[in-house]
Design a protein around this ligand. Sequence first.
Ligand code: NAD
Length: 276
Amino acid sequence: MGMGIAQVCAQSKLNVIMYDLSKELLDNAVRKIEWSVSKLVEKGKVKGSVDEIMGRINISADIHSVAKTDLVIEAIFEKMEIKQAFFETIDELAPKKTVFASNTSAIPISQLAAVTNRPDKFLGLHFFNPVPMLRAVEVIKGISTSKKIFDFGKSFVEFIGKDPILVQNDIAGFVLNRMNMLTNLEAMRLVENKVATPEDIDKGMRLAFGRKMGPLETSDLVGLDVQLMAYSNVYEEEQDSKFFPPSILRRKVLAGQLGRKTNRGWYEYNDDGSRR
Ligand SMILES: NC(=O)c1ccc[n+]([C@@H]2O[C@H](COP(=O)([O-])OP(=O)(O)OC[C@H]3O[C@@H](n4cnc5c(N)ncnc54)[C@H](O)[C@@H]3O)[C@@H](O)[C@H]2O)c1
């Protein structure tokens, strides 16, 4: 997600510093972004040259370099403690005016903002996967987010060529995932109960409801571990059984069947990404 966010910002003429734990991870991310930008430029979907766009993306494995930016968009793995530790550190390093945003799928924005001394300058900017393709971005108002920063979030999303979906209240799962989650969980339960195969469920959702991808195809793309973490967070907060992750999802994650990234999830894949 971080790669995609860096890419769309650079495509909109913003200078970006991409931060991760090691230079190897960052070099790999730059290679992937360059491949994606080349495709978009080739198809005429993005203006400017590949070199120009890539020239706006700097990388650093030193957290001090992120602290120099005007806006920090965090897209770390969906684990509360890791995200909170990051924000505690960056809050000490960044100037008071720097705005903080999280791309979390399901952790309350207010809970992340609470570890900083600037909860008024903290908001949710929730992008969708794949970021360069999908236009929706949820702009989430935490309990302490100021109106000015919420409005800034909306303008920022428009500036980078996306469409803001305003989430006025920091509710578990926000708006789009909260609704989508119930469909996804039901699809998993239908597979678990052997009512229908993943193929039929996905085909049905594409043909009957005009979706580009079915819920289980999407699950493989997003990552079953990422979804399990997100659903568990929502369930923990709501204590409503409709959000409880079914056993089949928990078992698949324990077995390392995480979707496309491990070549196996609801479907099996070859190394080139094609379905077996
Ligand atoms: N995958 C999706 O489809 C999707 C969609 C919307 C939102 N999100 C959210 O975006 C966030 C990232 O998800 P992802 O799928 O890209 O995860 P990922 O595991 O693919 O990437 C997470 C990145 O964070 C880095 N990281 C880990 N600890 C770090 C630290 N302490 N400091 C800096 N970087 C660190 C990792 O090296 C890795 O590059 C999560 O909060 C997730 O809920 C994911």
